[in-house]
Design a protein around this ligand. Structure first.
Ligand code: MG
Length: 382
């Protein structure tokens, strides 16, 4: 039995930074036990809204303050705690913001329980199913989305060189729809990216919801057959589950999606109705590691992989590493490397985290998520 292991306090700390490229701000979640140990997690979403949501005044049994829900509970009872959070906020937070908020708290509980029992988080998720975890690097250009094609290509080339230097085994090109690139040019552009990347690195493309019309998407995917894509992501609009099903039936490339879906209930719909090859619920938005674990097991029964979306700071990146170790049906997972995306919080929020070595992760040895926060930086942002 661990001494004074009960939850004493949950702190919600929005960290705001200016960014011209996507939103780099985050919500740091700290969960303290009676002994003073601290678990760290992170929620991705509108920072002030997540803080306000978790700190809301208790109105009734279905709309409760997070500290009132968790105070005195045992952090290692992950499913009990998840159910308590979900059921005590179900009046306001069954989906969307509510699940984003819970995700960060749930993540922090794995870090805290890991520190209490001195075991890495992947063991708390059921144990390692593999000897090494293989991430894919998302190559997302940090320049104006409406740049000319040759300027864009140069930026991707810079990112490819860096990914090769880091020995990534797989990459994903995030290609924003832009006014200079029609579908015909897009096909040529992707073949050029394959040529620069070479044949030895797996290649995915995130189309970032480019098409409304299934047949426009089909025309491009068919012409990309020789490009040997590992997957095609966000091809159609997120909620168009029927369209995804038709796409899956008509192309040989793995179709993936569901990065915006939260909870096992929404993922059940995705899995049953679309049969996409890979689902991508987010480690810091879908409900947390506890919910992600259930989603992975459900997907596995349909022969579907899970490759969690992971985009923010090293906290979520580390959670993604532990999660990948703990599941069988996840060949690759998204990993945001600090050298590949220009974000001060991604670079500096942690002073210690699991390290990529030659494009892979070995089993983390440190307790919890194996991370240490840069307290000075947090202090400076308050
Ligand atoms: Mg995406």
């Amino acid at each position: 039995m661990i001494k004074d292991n009960r939850i004493k306090e949950v702190q919600i700390i929005p960290l705001e930074v200016k960014s011209s490229n996507w939103d780099q701000s985050t919500v740091l979640i700290k969960v303290y036990d009676e002994e003073g140990r601290c678990g760290i997690g992170e929620s991705d979403g509108p920072t002030e809204a997540i803080k306000a949501y978790l700190e809301m005044k208790t109105a009734h049994g279905w709309q409760k303050n997070i500290n009132e829900i968790l105070k005195g509970r045992d952090p290692i009872e992950f499913v009990t705690n998840y159910n308590a959070m979900y059921n005590s906020q179900i009046w306001v937070g069954r989906r969307g913001l509510g699940l984003m908020a819970i995700s960060g708290v749930d993540m922090a509980l794995y870090d805290l329980a890991g520190k209490q029992y001195k075991v890495p988080a992947y063991k708390l998720l059921g144990g390692a199913q593999k000897e090494r975890a293989i991430p894919y690097a998302t190559l997302y250009p940090s320049i104006d989305v409406n740049s000319q094609n040759d300027v864009l290509l140069e930026e991707y080339k810079r990112l490819i060189d860096k990914a090769k230097e880091l020995k990534f085994r797989a990459v994903k090109f995030a290609i924003m729809p832009n006014e200079y690139m029609n579908d015909r040019e897009l096909v040529k552009f992707i073949y050029k990216l394959r040529e620069i990347l070479g044949e030895d690195i797996e290649m995915g493309v995130d189309f970032l919801y480019r098409w409304n019309d299934l047949y426009d998407a089909l025309r491009v995917l068919n012409r990309l057959e020789d490009c040997q894509l590992f997957f095609a992501e966000a091809v159609l609009q997120h909620d168009n589950l029927e369209g995804h099903k038709m796409l899956v039936d008509k192309v040989s490339t793995r179709i993936c999606g569901a990065e915006m879906a939260s909870s096992r209930w929404e993922l059940k719909d995705w899995i049953q109705k679309t049969k996409v090859a890979i689902v991508q619920p987010d480690v810091n938005r879908c409900g947390g590691l506890t919910e992600l674990r259930k989603i992975a097991e459900y997907a596995d029964m349909y022969g579907i992989q899970i490759a969690p979306h992971g985009w923010k700071t090293g906290i979520s990146a580390s959670a993604g590493v532990h999660f990948n170790f703990a599941v069988t049906n996840s060949e690759y997972f998204e990993y945001l490397h600090p050298d590949l995306y220009d974000s001060s919080l991604r670079r500096n929020l942690l002073v210690k985290e699991p390290q990529l070595v030659d494009g892979i992760f070995n089993k983390p040895q440190e307790p919890g998520l194996g991370i240490t926060i840069n307290d000075e930086l947090v202090e400076s942002l308050l």
